[in-house]
Ligand binder design. Structure first.
Ligand code: HPA
Length: 234
């Protein structure tokens, strides 16, 4: 048990999927895992452990934003021995060729700052995904024929952004999509020598203003989870 996770030691698997939304953690556990049981409910940030194709897996909500995700990843790694952390979440498309429902595999995550900025100070650290996870996720997405983009994303501290000029520079420099967690996930994982990847589904688009409806969300989120689980155990 830690400050933010009520699970007993040993209750959490070495592989953890991390959606932002705790209710999505419940849905993933009920839909994809067998024998899933709730292992955390502290602050309503639900976590589950079960099995997928014989492999032990946990699904733990991270909450929204890097400050929240940082707490859960620190505790999962340092106190529960997590070795593979895969964020499964949504993102906003930032390039014309990145369409709604497409999958984005975040090779790198740019940010203005992260909770780790206080540790890294003047260092302009480049958070990047684990190569093996990224390669295996890309191979699975390809085999499933899911339209997928691999490249840099932006981890923002704000959903209600007021810096269109910054977005313009990001678009100009090839950033594929925006979300709010991956840069800190990659940085914390690197600090403790574990593997991390963010597998994202494009749920809205910054340029077109389109947004996915709820039924489209569910089916395309299933692809993302299949990709994440396959990469974790490839
Ligand atoms: N901004 C930030 N995070 C997001 C977005 C967005 O437009 N869409 C999904 N996650």
């Amino acid at each position: 048990m830690t400050i933010h996770i009520g699970a007993a030691k040993g209750d959490i698997a070495e592989t953890v999927l991390m959606p932002g939304d705790p209710l999505r953690a419940k849905w993933v556990a009920e839909t994809f895992l067998t024998d899933a049981r709730e292992v955390n409910a502290v602050r309503g940030m639900l976590g589950y452990t079960g099995t997928w194709k014989g492999h032990r897996v946990s699904v733990q909500g991270s909450g929204m934003g890097m400050a929240s995700l940082s707490i859960y990843t620190n505790e999962l790694i340092r106190d529960y021995g997590a070795k593979t952390l895969i964020r499964i979440g949504s993102c906003g498309g930032m390039q014309p060729h990145v369409a709604l429902r497409d999958v984005v595999l975040a090779m790198t995550a740019t940010s203005v700052c992260t909770p780790s900025s206080t540790i890294l100070r003047e260092l302009n650290y480049a958070p990047c995904a684990d190569f093996g996870l990224l390669r295996d996720a890309a191979a699975k997405a390809d085999a499933m024929d899911v339209p997928t983009h691999v490249g840099g994303i932006y981890s923002s501290d704000t959903f209600y952004d007021e810096r269109p000029d910054l977005n313009d520079q990001m678009v100009r420099h090839g950033i594929l999509a925006v979300e709010m967690e991956a840069a800190e996930l990659y940085t914390v994982a690197a600090r403790f020598g574990v593997r991390a990847l963010a597998v994202l589904t494009v749920s809205d688009h910054l340029q077109t203003g389109e947004a996915m409806d709820s039924s489209a969300r569910e089916s395309s989120f299933s692809d993302m989870i299949e990709i994440a689980l396959t990469a974790a155990f490839a």
